[in-house]
Design a protein around this ligand. Structure first.
Ligand SMILES: [Cu+2]
Length: 222
């Protein structure tokens, strides 16, 4: 449904989108019932010539029902989304041999440090740092170590269904796995100052061979 959500190019995007639609449909039905009820009562019991108002306490049974039913629905949604959250954000489920990058937000840009041959960051062979350009290969687990130099920013790639705050003083690991090559965008999703609106970086998802070629080209140009 491209008119409603950006296309999903993430391995875990399907389940996130499912949750989104389930919650939207349930809250949509509740919205229509409540607003429709208000409208109906407004019309049905509007002031009329000669009509007498009468006092009513309401219905205990109805109140119990409309408290318990939403409570059950919310508990089920909570349990379901907690499991999804654990899959995506849980430390124990993070892929171990992922290709690692460091992404540092600052007012108002993203700096991306690329790994060397050992695929890990914070080692001696770290390659180089590039401003506002994030390149990585398709169909491979990617981990970024997310940091901020100044204020809270938010790392957001809508097509990969990834959104995580970058918090000063913290290094937050985030992983994802893109299922398609293409050009996307990191948009800062946290109002972080006057230049927030132009805090964006290009994202290029390459085939494995293209990524190796790009990396080699960049490394030799540094
Ligand atoms: Cu920002």
């Amino acid at each position: 449904m491209d008119w409603a959500l950006p296309p999903n190019y993430s391995t875990f995007g399907v389940v996130i989108d499912q949750l989104f639609w389930i919650i939207l449909v349930i809250t949509g039905i509740a919205f229509l019932l409540v607003e429709g009820g208000i409208l109906w009562f407004c019309l049905r019991y509007r002031g009329r010539e000669g009509a007498r108002a009468h006092y009513t306490h309401g219905s205990n049974r109805l109140e119990v029902i409309w408290t318990i039913v939403p409570a059950i629905i919310i508990a089920i949604l909570g349990a379901y989304s907690a499991a999804v959250w654990q899959d995506i954000k849980g430390a124990s489920n993070r892929p171990e041999d992922a290709l690692e990058f460091r992404v540092v937000g600052k007012q108002f840009e993203w700096n991306i440090t690329y790994p060397g041959a050992d695929r890990d960051i914070e080692t001696e062979d770290d390659n180089f740092t590039v401003r506002n350009q994030f390149h990585f290969p398709v169909n491979e687990d990617i981990t970024i170590l997310l940091e901020s130099e100044d204020v809270i920013h938010s790392f957001f790639i809508p097509e990969l269904r990834v959104k995580q705050d970058a918090v000063p003083g913290m290094t937050i690991p985030v992983w994802f796995d893109a299922t398609q090559t293409g050009d996307f965008e990191i948009a800062c999703a946290e109002l972080c100052g006057l230049g927030h609106y132009y805090m964006q970086a290009s994202v290029t998802v390459h085939s494995a061979a293209d990524f190796d070629a790009w990396l080699a080209g960049q490394a030799s140009a540094q």
